[in-house]
Design a protein around this ligand. Structure first.
Ligand code: ADP
Length: 437
């Protein structure tokens, strides 16, 4: 039996024994027992009051010295309290270390609950987003950062998407935001200062645009003279071969420069072109003629077009995207092959262009990289076929500006299908009296 139990039982027996003896001596047994029990109870009430006092006033102090059951109760409570205190201290230390380390981070961190109310943020987030504690704690993030792009990012973010925008505090700073959800629907927003990268990227784009522009004029002159010289070699055939090659190479350079200029224009133009009504069926008929005029690839180019479907967009950009796909199909398909161009609305009502060929095809490992600038599956072969290496990069950017996507299916030696899928809201169906579908 535990010590405190035996002490308490011994004390109770002692009280009873003393009362009984006193009762027998005084011949008042019942009264003596009542008095004895009252004393015993008063003792307990006394310790109960001491305990309440200790608990309410100073739990941290050493508890009062008590014996028996009260001693044990004080001891257990004190031990429990000490244990809790140590645990609390450990958690506080951890929390402090976490806050100190996140404060030292150059990336901003904002923690939000499931209702998008801010629970905590570090110094970098305060600096980059213009937040201030405790003023903004508990506020909904959308009430503090009112940039429309940010609000729509909160609404539809999924996976690995990031958003780039100017800092709400200082428009000269460019920030990138990455939102993730964790736990029970809570949100974590990471903010990075990408001003330097953004500036470098802008410089790169401007450099390419300026350099291409500056190179184009002299090259056009050289190309023009080479054309005259080429005609002139009738009289001086010894130079013919060299002049033809020079003209071919200068044309190739002009092609690269034109593509670079087109690419930087697409990169710098504001996003999501709304555009005008584009008569895609007429454009594709023209494109088929242009493709056949290339005099490379198959003669068999079929056109399956839904004549009622038109598109809302930028005609020049759409032509650039479609022509690159069709010309590629011609260049990467043998003369006795076949190219099919299709224009239709898919099952989801999304206007789609499909260019299918049964040419050389592409091995699966190359497909994810095809839209990178100057990426070529087989550099020697592809250059010889007259490409600039920029065609699919132009396609990607032109489609991005229309919120459209490029799908590529291909099998080596069997052929390829390149598909541009536009969002349904860009479709204009002439069958429904010219109103948007
Ligand atoms: P290029 O000017 O070299 O054709 P692109 O950006 O248009 O550059 O295409 C990138 C690469 O993708 C090409 O070099 C070629 O290897 C491959 N490619 C593009 N279209 C096709 C196709 N229809 N069939 C086979 N390979 C293709």
């Amino acid at each position: 039996m535990n010590d405190y139990r035996s002490t308490e039982i011994a004390r109770f027996i002692l009280f009873m024994l003393a009362s009984v003896i006193l009762g027998i001596v005084s011949d008042q047994l019942a009264v003596a027992i009542i008095i004895g029990l009252s004393f015993y109870l008063a003792g307990h009430i006394y310790w109960l009051l001491r305990m309440v006092e200790w608990l309410t006033h100073d739990r941290r102090a050493i508890p009062p010295e008590a014996t028996g059951i009260w001693g044990e109760a004080f001891y257990q409570l004190y031990r429990h309290y000490q244990k809790n205190r140590r645990r609390r201290q450990r958690i506080a230390r951890l929390l402090r270390a976490f806050r100190d380390s996140t404060s030292a981070m150059t990336e901003g961190v904002v923690v939000m609950n499931r209702d998008w109310q801010i629970l905590w943020f570090n110094n970098a987030a305060a600096e980059l987003l213009g937040l201030s504690a405790p003023r903004d704690i508990g506020q909904r993030v959308a009430n503090l950062i009112r940039n429309p792009a940010f609000i729509s990012y909160l609404g539809k973010v999924k996976g690995d998407e990031t958003l780039e925008m100017p800092s709400p505090k200082n428009a000269a700073l460019q920030i990138s935001l990455h939102l993730t959800s964790y736990g029970d629907g809570e949100h974590l927003l990471l903010i990075r200062n990408i001003t330097r990268m953004h500036r470098l990227e802008k410089m790169r784009r401007e450099f390419i645009a300026n350099a291409s522009h500056e190179l184009r004029s002299p090259l056009t002159v050289v190309s023009g003279y080479l054309e005259i010289l080429e005609d002139d070699t009738e009289r001086n055939p010894a130079w013919r071969e060299q002049v033809v090659e020079m003209r071919r190479q200068s044309n190739r350079m002009l092609g690269i420069i034109n593509d670079l200029m087109e690419l930087s224009r697409l990169e710098t133009a504001p996003e999501h072109a709304n555009g005008n009504l584009v008569d895609v069926p007429a454009m594709l008929a023209r494109l088929r003629e242009d493709a056949l005029a290339l005099r490379v690839g198959p003669r068999d180019v079929s056109l399956q077009v839904d004549m009622s479907l038109q598109l809302r967009g930028e005609e020049k950009e759409i032509y650039a995207a479609f022509s690159n796909l069709v010309f590629n199909a011609m260049r990467y398909t043998q003369d006795d092959g076949h190219v099919a161009i299709r224009w239709f609305a898919n099952a989801k009502g999304e206007p789609s262009l499909e260019v299918e060929d049964n040419g050389v095809g592409i091995a699966p490992e190359h497909i994810p990289r095809l839209t990178e600038r100057f990426y070529r599956v087989d550099p020697g072969r592809d250059r010889a076929r007259g490409g600039t290496g920029l065609g699919l990069a132009i396609v990607k950017h032109a489609l991005q500006r229309h919120n459209a996507r490029l799908e590529i299916q291909s099998a080596l030696g069997e052929g390829s299908v390149f598909r541009c899928v536009f969002p349904a809201y860009r479709l204009v169906s002439l069958q429904s009296a010219g109103s948007p579908a």
